[in-house]
Write a new protein. Structure first.
Length: 445
């Protein structure tokens, strides 16, 4: 009977039925990719405890990631019985995370155990497990206030050996799941290769798939290292690791942990108005312009969406205009919106109810065109087009054949909340693309 009803529904709702059939098919194939998330669930923002202003950043996302120092909870004493929701240093997590939840945010927490030096962890198995279980019982999704949806075991714990990280990871993960089985567990920043200062090798968690849900990585478009720390546009073929690290982790996941999600929990660009201190450690640092930060943040989100990734958190929410690495990455400068704020808010407004469908044009150095499908209305699509370059280029893009009507066209805003409206002829066959993405809203005739 159930099958007959479903068949009738599919027939009467051909468009929606097609999507449901695809969705059911994905679920039926072991190891197959989950459906692409709606863009409103894909976009995330990195915050930081008491400094984050939840209402100010509501236009950007509904998912926020917090850097949560374990030292605040334990005071450097690894076997301390933290009376959650109160941290040992007096911070009330009910108040902090509760204010975020009341503003509509869904919370991921990076539990930075590495804020306590390795030598101060008295028992690397019992202490992390006990701490995690108390954390989960008080703050997890099954708790009274349901504050935290997911936790990462470490941020960038490079000072811990691989062996020590694996021991702590396994027992902390067991503690989180014992405290609240609904709490999703993620790794620290990983790399599909050898561990380094900012990421642990996937080998550290291999074979522990029963204890975690999410593989996590950080990626930055670093064209040069010290002393310039120069970054480039996301599609730059000279970047060796920016997109390649994501693809390598996704490939490892497909081979070894096919039921896990991949999250990007850090990416972004620094733009400052002040020059670096000519006598300081960052005297040779090279940032990007405010316009480039806005363009390259948004284009990174768009390119990430074409990969088998379920979420991407931008670093960072605010900065104080410090001209150095990670010192000017905010969407706001001293809590005043930068162009990147308006561009990210527009991205969410434009694509929040859509999910990535396919790449229509991928011509390096010339043009990118991606299609996004409405989550509920199969007659609506958005095409997003841009010049995948870093030199302020403008060029025409011939659109693929289509039967839909282009209802409107908007270009990413840089100076305010309202996008630039682009006038197009109803029979348009080519559109002007720049490094600021152009959004074409299509509806079936």
């Amino acid at each position: 009977m159930g099958a007959m009803v479903l068949t009738l529904w599919l027939y009467r709702n051909r468009w929606r039925g097609a999507w449901l059939a695809i969705w059911l098919g994905v679920l039926a194939v072991p190891g197959a990719e989950p459906p692409a998330p709606l863009f409103r669930d894909f976009m995330g923002l990195n915050g930081h405890t008491v400094l984050f202003r939840p209402k100010l950043y509501q236009p950007i996302a509904s998912r926020v990631r917090d850097y949560h120092p374990a030292e605040w909870d334990l005071g450097g004493q690894s076997d301390f019985a933290t009376p959650f929701p109160m941290a040992k240093n007096g911070v009330d997590w009910n108040q902090v995370y509760g204010s975020w939840r009341r503003a509509g945010w869904r919370i991921d927490v990076s539990v930075m155990f590495e804020s306590i030096p390795r030598a101060n962890w008295r028992n690397l198995e019992a202490d992390p497990r006990a701490y995690a279980e108390r954390f989960a019982r008080s703050l997890g999704p099954s708790s009274t206030n349901a504050l935290v949806e997911s936790v990462e075991i470490g941020n960038e714990p490079g000072k811990f050996s691989d062996a020590d990280y694996r021991r702590l990871f396994e027992h902390m993960a067991r503690g989180f799941k014992a405290g609240d089985p609904r709490l999703r567990v993620a790794t620290c920043a990983l790399v599909a290769g050898q561990s380094h200062e900012y990421a642990k090798s996937v080998d550290c968690v291999a074979g522990l798939e029963a204890h975690y849900d999410i593989l996590n990585l950080h990626t930055y478009a670093q064209l040069e290292g010290w002393p310039t720390w120069r970054r480039s546009f996301p599609e730059d073929p000279r970047l060796k690791d920016y997109l390649a690290d994501i693809r390598r982790l996704c490939e490892w996941r497909a081979a070894h942990a096919p039921d896990k999600e991949v999250w990007i929990t850090e990416f972004g660009y620094d733009s400052a108005t002040r020059p670096p201190d000519p006598k300081g450690d960052f005297k040779a640092w090279v940032g990007v312009t405010d316009e480039q930060q806005a363009q390259w943040n948004v284009r990174s989100w768009l390119v990430f969406a074409t990969l088998p990734v379920q979420r991407a958190y931008l670093y960072f929410f605010n900065d104080d205009d410090t001209p150095q690495l990670h010192g000017a990455a905010g969407l706001t400068r001293n809590y005043l919106p930068k162009p990147a704020f308006y561009a990210a808010a527009h991205l969410r407004r434009a694509l929040g109810n859509y999910r990535f469908a396919r790449v229509l044009v991928d011509q390096p150095g010339d043009a990118m065109l991606c299609e996004f499908q409405h989550g509920e209305d199969a007659q609506r699509r958005v095409w997003v087009a841009w010049s995948p370059t870093g030199a302020g280029r403008m060029a025409p893009l011939v659109l693929p054949p289509h039967q839909e009507t282009i209802e409107r066209a908007e270009r990413m805003p840089l100076r305010g909340e309202e996008p630039e409206t682009v006038a197009l002829d109803p029979e348009v066959r080519a559109v002007p693309i720049t490094e600021s993405p152009l959004y074409l809203f299509l509806k079936a005739k």
